[in-house]
Ligand binder design. Structure first.
Ligand code: GLY
Length: 410
């Protein structure tokens, strides 16, 4: 039988244990309140910048004149390239500019400028929705670093070209050109809105802002499932604006969660909050983050499989590009929320960056065609760019490392 004394002692012991547990939790929270980059990870970021700059010089040497890097085929030692009209053309000069910013190596800056002379003509391209990627990742960064009216004009013309694809009946910017009975919008398109916000900030013309907000609202209404995963493709009826199809192009299945699509949506709504300060976008970004971070198929290292519902998990390929985009957006989101939540986003970003910086994902010097990261998945269903380096994986990896290095709570 338990005596009263023993009972009291037991209670005291339990409260002592609970007290210790509380005080250690308090300590953790006190550490979290500071939410500062860690010294060893800052050193890791710095050595990544140096290594990446050396890699991009390898790539610079290998690139045919006026061609932009797409990917690299190790088995044939072949760099695959594109012209300036490919959706990825802004990432290479953009990465060179980030690396110039971090290393002050003028050769990187000059290399970026050379490519942007080739890219410049795309400011008048009205046949793509990817102008945000192409022009803001390149000229947006250039104008941020060394502002010039000529760069502003290029960005403004690009914003005007992008705006021609907006249809008020649908409430969206058209993504891919298609048959006249279809109006295709992909989640990736959220990333192009940053250029429009820049245009309104710079000119005072609110039409760009209004297009961006309308596009984001329509997308929020139609692209997302109740669990905040996103469809890749919505096909609207151009005559009525009604949704006529919800499907995938680059994911495993219409109802699956293609990893990069989740990443684009997440980054997109995080930037929507930055630009508008409207909490509906903050909530959307948090829900998307929580969908990904709490997903049972997200591996411990937080580098997602190319699709959260890939049928061959745990043997499915990972997508380093999705991981890099997610890490960059997690760091930004963590500056907008309260400490405890911020700390979970911040440490998830740290986990991703640490794993991308290790040998499994980061290329050895002089290898990988000069790309920084390995193991991206471009278009699995089409059988292209599978388990390869990708120019946007590098761009968002370097951006995330820079965000980490400059991290400040707002
Ligand atoms: N469609 C752009 C991407 O592959 O993410």
């Amino acid at each position: 039988m338990i005596s009263k004394n023993m009972y009291v002692k037991a209670l005291l012991f339990i409260s002592f244990i609970a007290g210790s547990a509380c005080s250690s939790t308090d300590k953790v929270q006190q550490q979290q309140v500071r939410l500062e980059p860690k010294q060893d990870l800052l050193a890791m970021a710095d050595s990544n910048f140096q290594d990446a700059a050396a890699q991009y010089k390898v790539m610079m040497e290998r690139l045919p004149q006026d061609q932009f890097p797409k990917t690299y085929h190790e088995e044939r030692d072949k760099l695959e390239t594109s012209g300036s009209d490919w959706w990825c053309s802004g990432f290479y000069p953009g990465t060179l500019l980030y690396l110039y910013e971090e290393t002050k190596d003028e050769a990187l800056y000059e290399g970026a400028l050379r490519m942007m002379q080739v890219l410049e003509k795309e400011q008048f391209n009205t046949s793509t929705h990817d102008l945000g990627f192409m022009m803001y990742c390149s000229f947006g960064n250039l104008n941020r670093l060394r502002p010039k009216p000529a760069y502003e004009q290029i960005l403004l013309n690009s914003a005007k070209s992008l705006s021609t694809r907006f249809d008020p009946k649908v409430g969206c910017i058209r993504s891919w050109n298609s048959s006249p009975n279809d109006f295709i919008v992909i989640i990736d398109n959220m990333m192009n809105l940053e250029l429009l916000f820049w245009a309104t900030r710079t000119t005072g013309d609110s039409s760009f802002y209004n297009i961006a907000v309308t596009h984001a609202n329509t997308t929020m209404e139609n692209h997302f499932r109740p669990d905040f995963s996103t469809y890749h493709v919505i096909n609207y009826n151009p005559a009525t604006g009604a949704v006529q199809e919800k499907k995938t192009a680059q994911g495993y299945a219409d109802e699956s969660a293609w990893a990069r699509g989740q990443a684009w949506g997440f980054y997109g709504y995080t930037l929507m909050f930055r630009e508008t300060k409207d909490s509906i976008y903050l909530d959307q970004a948090r829900e998307i983050a929580d969908f990904m971070l709490n997903h049972p198929n997200l591996p411990e290292d937080k580098i997602p499989y190319w699709d959260f519902n890939a049928p061959d998990i745990p043997d499915a390929l990972r997508d380093a590009s999705a991981a890099a985009i997610i890490a960059s957006a997690l760091l930004e989101l963590s500056t907008y929320v309260e400490t405890e939540e911020a700390s979970s986003y911040f440490s998830a970003a740290e986990t991703i960056l640490q794993h991308l910086s290790a040998d499994t994902y980061k290329a050895a010097p002089g290898t990988n065609g000069g790309f920084i990261l390995k193991h991206g998945v471009g278009h699995h269903p089409a059988g292209t760019e599978i388990d390869v380096p990708l120019t946007y994986a590098d761009y968002y990896f370097i951006e995330a490392l820079q965000r980490y290095k400059n991290y400040k709570r707002k």
